[in-house]
Design a protein around this ligand. Structure first.
Ligand code: B1M
Length: 232
C-alpha cells in the first residue's frame, strides 16, 4: 500500500472488513500515521478495542512474522511494522486499561535477558491493567537482578516473564531457580508467555502457568490470584 494509494482511500467508505484489511496492509508497510487514522476510524464506528487489536493490528503482525521467517522481510521493515503496531496500541491503551475493574493485586512483568521483543508483554500489561491489576512493566532484556530488584520494590502477587526467542526462553528457568534458592518462589505466582513456549515448558521450568495470549494471561492471573487470596 503506497502513500498515494492511501490518499485515494476514503476510510469512511470502507466496510469494517475492508478497514481491517487496510490496517493489516499498512501495519505490514510500517505506516504509523495511517494506522492511527484507521484505529480512530474503527473506534468511531463503535468497533471494540479488542477487535481492532486482534482483527487489525495482531492479524497484520502475524503476516509480518511469517514473511520475516521466510526471508521476505528483514529487521528494518519489521522494526517499522513494530512502530506502527505501537502507534495503534497507544490509542487503544487508555481504552483497554480504564475499565474501572476493582483492584486485584500487583504484577511485575518483563522480557528476559537477551530478548528485546516487547510488543506482546506490553499488550499483556495493558490487558492486566484493564482487569484491575497494578502492573509494573520493567521492559526488555531483564537479568535475574533486574527481576529481583522489581520484586523487592513492588512486592507483587505475580511475576510475568516474556520470551520470543528459543535462545532466550531457557533464561526463565535461571530466574525461577534463583527465586527457589532465595526461598521466595512460593510467595509469587509465576506466569510465562511468548510464542515459542508451551504448557510443557512452563511445567518443566517450574512456572505456575504458560499463557498463550493476553486473554489467557488475564484469565490465568484472575484465577491464580483468587486461589492465592483463598477466594477459590
Ligand atoms: Co523478532 N523474531 N527477532 N523482531 N520477531 C520473532 C520472534 C521470530 C519468530 C520471527 C520469525 O523468524 N518468524 C524469530 C524467532 C525465532 C526463534 O527463536 N525460534 C525472531 C528473530 C529470529 C529475531 C532476531 C534474532 C532477528 C535478527 O536479528 N536476525 C532479532 C532478535 C533480537 C533480540 O531479541 N535479541 C529479532 C528482532 C526483532 C525486531 C527488533 C525487529 C522486532 C521486535 C520489536 C519489538 O518488540 N519492539 C521483531 C518482531 C516484531 C518479531 C515478530 C515479527 C513479531 C513479534 C510480535 O510483536 N508479535 C516475531 C514473529 C512472530 O512472533 N510471529 C519475531 C505480536 C505480539 C502481539 O505477539 O509477542 O507473541 P507475541 O505476544 C503474545 C503472546 O505470545 C503472549 O501474549 C501476547 C499477546 O497475545 N505473550 C505473553 C507474550 N509475552 C507474554 C508474557 C506473559 C504472558 C503472555 O507473561 C505472563
Amino acid at each position: 500500500m503506497s502513500d498515494n494509494n492511501n490518499e485515494e482511500i476514503i476510510l469512511e467508505e470502507l466496510s469494517n472488513e475492508e478497514l481491517f484489511e487496510l490496517m493489516q496492509e499498512d501495519l505490514y508497510d510500517g505506516y504509523a500515521d495511517e494506522i492511527k487514522e484507521e484505529v480512530n476510524e474503527a473506534l468511531s464506528r463503535g468497533l471494540t478495542p479488542v477487535d481492532i487489536l486482534n482483527k487489525g493490528l495482531v492479524a497484520g503482525m502475524d503476516v509480518v512474522g511469517a514473511d520475516f521467517r521466510d526471508g521476505i522481510l528483514f529487521v528494518p521493515e519489521v522494526l517499522m511494522a513494530a512502530n506502527a503496531m505501537k502507534a495503534g496500541m497507544s490509542i487503544l491503551r487508555p481504552l483497554l486499561v480504564e475499565t474501572g475493574a476493582p483492584k486485584l493485586g500487583t504484577a511485575v512483568i518483563g522480557t528476559v535477558k537477551g530478548d528485546i521483543h516487547d510488543i506482546g508483554q506490553n499488550l499483556v500489561s495493558m490487558m492486566w491493567e484493564g482487569a484491575g491489576l497494578e502492573v509494573v512493566n520493567i521492559g526488555i532484556n531483564n537479568s535475574v537482578e533486574d527481576y529481583l530488584a522489581a520484586i523487592e520494590e513492588h512486592d507483587p502477587d505475580i511475576l510475568g516473564m516474556s520470551a520470543l526467542l528459543t535462545t532466550t526462553m531457557p533464561y526463565m528457568k535461571v530466574v525461577i531457580d534463583d527465586l527457589v534458592n532465595r526461598g521466595i518462589r512460593n510467595e509469587l505466582i509465576v506466569l510465562v508467555g511468548g510464542a515459542p513456549l508451551s504448557d510443557a515448558f512452563a511445567e518443566e521450568i517450574g512456572a505456575d502457568a504458560y499463557c498463550r495470549d493476553a486473554a489467557v494471561a488475564v484469565e490465568t492471573a484472575k484465577k491464580l490470584i483468587a486461589i492465592k487470596q483463598g477466594r477459590l
